[in-house]
Design a protein around this ligand. Structure first.
Ligand code: ADP
Length: 393
């Protein structure tokens, strides 16, 4: 196929994009970049396939407080001019929630957009931005095929028990189940496991996606068997600003005794908790690591304790552990966090090689470790590009 695919990943305050060659199965993007700081002062940056910064002057000034739609409208013609004579074959989107029915990438139609709208309450801080990106492309290039790739799809292989809450059946039938997220990241890691693990790739693997949003996925035969996130992306691990698992009684208490409203609680759980809430300083792990404030250290310690506990919680689903993979911003870069998590997993036979861990090497366990431990960079955009290629074929 002569032409390119553009991938868009519209988050709450950032828009990540990448461009892939249509005719090649390469997972390396021709270029990738992001607009950060959306809602405040947007900052644009892009790099070519070799990691060299691209001159972004042609984009023009980005107005402060521009919304996603305005910024996408500005970005897309710039991307097109950057590609020169190579036609745009399709735009692939990361969409956070695909509900029960989207278990694979889907060509977007007006009906699909309508269905995605109904899932907004399940991912209030993410889904509206994903839909805004789809609408912006539709307005600018109505003839271009658009493809939605869902963070929930990878988990639809899970056994029924892993997806159930202990709630009355009629609520389960209404779709109140554990969906799981970060599926594009897990899909990518699953695709590269054989390269690194050989036969163990089809064994019992837990992937820890640790970024601003964090979760874990237990895999067998490179398929999702259980995951730490549930109905929404709030459950499971402690995150940058999200609380992770919480006794639901706390929410009742906040409503009944403290008079908090649903929007107050949404804000508290999604934006004011996690590393930010516990440290009282920031959600940025690098800054927390550099701080000597005891609250910063406690936030990191709690993050790691909760990560190790969540990992243990996933073990019955796969009956043990052959390999542990760290990925995403924190997982790929923070030797301290990996060390603190693995220290609490010594009883499982996890032994880290200190020097390899400090270097962010690919394999960071010792030769004697009963569980192999890896650091593998994720590449959600490559999974979206692969879906575009497969669907257009
Ligand atoms: P998002 O979920 O927004 O995509 P990322 O996967 O980019 O998040 O992860 C962001 C997190 O990774 C931040 O907490 C950041 O501090 C952390 N991080 C990035 N680089 C490093 C590093 N070198 N050392 C420690 N933490 C890092």
């Amino acid at each position: 196929m002569n032409g390119v695919f553009v991938t868009l990943n519209a988050g709450s305050s950032s828009l990540k994009f990448a461009v892939f060659e249509g005719g090649s199965a390469s997972t390396t993007a021709l270029m990738r970049g992001k607009i950060a700081g959306i809602g405040g002062t947007p900052v644009f940056s892009a790099k070519d396939a070799h990691g060299k910064a691209i001159n972004t002057g042609g984009l023009g000034a980005l107005e402060a407080s521009s919304d996603h739609e305005t910024l996408i409208a500005q970005l897309l013609p710039w991307l097109a001019s950057y590609q020169k004579d190579r036609p745009l074959l399709a735009v692939g989107h990361r969409v956070v929630h695909g509900g029960q029915f989207y278990d694979r990438p889907t060509l977007i139609s007006p009906q699909v957009i309508e269905e995605l709208e109904t899932l907004v309450p399940l991912a209030p801080l993410h889904q509206p931005h994903n839909i805004a990106a789809i609408r912006a492309v539709e307005k600018w290039r109505p003839e271009t095929p658009q493809i939605a790739c869902f963070d929930t799809s990878f988990h639809r292989t899970q056994p029924r028990l892993a997806q159930l809450f202990a709630l009355p059946r009629d609520l389960t039938e209404q779709g109140i189940i554990r969906y799981g997220f970060h599926g594009l990241s897990y899909d990518y890691i699953a695709s590269v496991l054989p390269e690194h693990l050989g036969q163990n790739a089809s064994g019992r693997v837990i992937v820890a996606h640790l970024g601003n949003g964090s979760s874990m996925c237990a895999m067998k035969n490179r398929k999702s068997v259980a995951t730490s996130m549930g109905f929404t992306a709030l459950d499971g691990l402690m995150m940058g600003r999200r609380c992770g698992s919480l006794d639901p009684g706390v929410i009742l208490y906040l409503m009944q005794a403290k008079g908090m409203t649903a929007p107050d609680i949404e804000n508290l759980l999604y934006k004011e908790s996690g590393l930010l809430g516990v440290s009282g300083l920031t959600n940025d792990v690098q800054d927390l690591q550099n701080s000597d404030d005891p609250n910063a250290q406690e936030a990191i310690a709690l993050f790691c304790y909760r990560a190790a506990s969540n990992l243990a919680n996933l073990l019955p689903s796969i009956g043990g552990l052959d390999a542990l993979v760290f990925t995403a911003g924190i997982g790929e870069n923070s030797a301290q966090i990996r060390e603190l998590i693995c220290e609490q997993l010594g009883w499982l036979g996890v032994a880290l090689d200190d020097a390899s861990n400090k270097k962010n090497a690919t394999r960071i366990s010792t030769d004697r470790s009963r569980v192999e431990v890896f650091v593998l960079p994720t590449n959600e955009e490559a999974v979206i590009a692969r879906a575009c290629r497969e669907l257009l074929h």
